[in-house]
Design a binder for this molecule. Sequence first.
Ligand SMILES: [Zn+2]
Length: 410
Amino acid sequence: MSRKVLKHRDEPRTEINPGKTHVTNSTTVIRDVAAALEKWAPLGLAESYDNPGLQVGDPQRAVSNGLVALDMTPQVLKEAKRLKCNLIITHHPLLFKPIEAVTPASYVSDLCLRLAEEKIALYSTHTNLDAVRGGVSFALAEQLGLENVDFLTHREDSLVKLVTFVPENAISNVREALAMAGAGQIGNYSGCSFSSHGTGHFTPGTRSNPMIGSAGGGPQTAAEIRIETEVTRWNLHQVIAALLDAHPYDEVPYDIYPVEQSFRNAGIGATGTLAEPEKLDEFLRRVSTALENQALRYVGDVNRKIQKVAVCGGSGSRYLSAAIEQGADAFVTADITYHHFFDALDVDGRPKIALIDPGHYETEFITEKLLVEFLSDKFPTIKWHETNTRTAPVLTFVNVFHTDSSHVGG
Ligand SMILES: [Zn+2]
């Protein structure tokens, strides 16, 4: 497939002493790239079965050229060598299951061995990138020309409320430390918290080091401010560490409560609208053209107009009911099984929604461009390349002599 043109920005290369493998602070190292990606797509957002993060390599090693691909393949490794890349970033992790030996014995272990021998690192950002605003499904929605894009479903059980009690003279420090650590993100706002004044009561123990009163002394009171703020579960560890560091007490009082509402900045899939409603045929052509595939499987009512569309990059058929609940006219995702297609039908066998499967690679290759744009913005001195390789192992055979209709079997 010739869909790709090799792209990179023309900023000057970071100068790296080729004799050095561990470099000074002024040079970007793999850990810096990982930190930027994980600030956008925290690893804690990944599904439990997943294994995103650094797959192969030394996080302290310098990066001068990076290659982005959907999958790690021998062809991608060859391309990385040709482009003198020291880092490959893929969406799909190479390492899912433990490998018993790093030898040429299997596809995965052989690639690991060759990456290590070539001193090329591999980093993957997978279901954590699916779950963030502006992630894979948002990119897919935009590729299809959808407007007003937002999540299809929001992440449940993501938030806790952190409450702490702070002496008045430390309130600014503690509030700032919590915000800097990422507490209080609500929609487009950051550093959100609420404060209320009150009185703290305590009796210092013999081994204490109190700010007020003395160790082993009598009961004390202190003017304190209660701060409450929302924290995501995946960021809680970092926020508590920042709190303990900034709070002046030797024993820092804090409580963590579960909260019921969903987190607005994490979810799965996306929805959006077409500027004008389209016939199903037109919409199928739009999908096929935008995702550059030759054939797609679908269930749909040819007489129904499509305007509201739900999408989910990769295997998203379990979100079909969410797409129907959201009132979508069509749901575009991949890896839909034969039996899942029946779930799109009503009791009379008529389609409730157009359910469209253009293919796994086809709904996710836009991730390559998404990551190249993100990384080029964050690290402009590094050359970021989008792979020229179609990494999908699956091909589609189209029998043009047999196909006299665009809806074979439909
Ligand atoms: Zn995928």
